[in-house]
Design a protein around this ligand. Sequence first.
Ligand SMILES: [Zn+2]
Length: 208
Amino acid sequence: MTTVKEFAAASGCSTAGLRPLNDQIVEILLASVNTAQETNLVPCDDIPLLEVTGNSTIPLLQPAARAALQQAIEHKNQPLSLKHALRTIAQQYVLREWVGTCGITSARTPGTSDHERGLAIDIHDDDAVWTHTLRSHGWMDVHGDPGHFHFVGDGINPDILAENVKSFQILWNRNNPNDLIDDDGVYGEHQTGPRLRISPIEGFPIVM
Ligand SMILES: [Zn+2]
């Protein structure tokens, strides 16, 4: 077993190894936010001309963000290469640990990133080529974080970040009935942070 903390310390510069744990968190997340009544996260890898080129990409976005991204790509009519869209707190934690290495210039602390909201993308292409088009479709660039854009248009669900954090908390509790933590959707250093760091990147026995 490799823990998230050990994986981060190894600094392999790819979060692909987190895939089994990521998949478990995402499975719980999708079951909670996509219901018969509403759809809050949708695939974006079916957008024409969008190419998923990251080896750890979770190609999910909020529907309004996905629609605006598709319109931007249609407008420019050029391939866009996508590295990151949605992230779990496991991925966010590891990338934050790698800031200053691996070509990572910036990453927010877990539980605060627009990636965890399903409202951010990282693109491989020279962002200058895309900045104008993405801006005009509600996708804003951030100084000091090249290739990163976050969606600020209408139709955003503000609760997805908490649901994302909560999905890990639920996963932890299902597998650790003797060490239950609050499933409050808040990433804190007393409960969730320490459990995330000792979680297995290979995933837990119980998911749903
Ligand atoms: Zn980003």
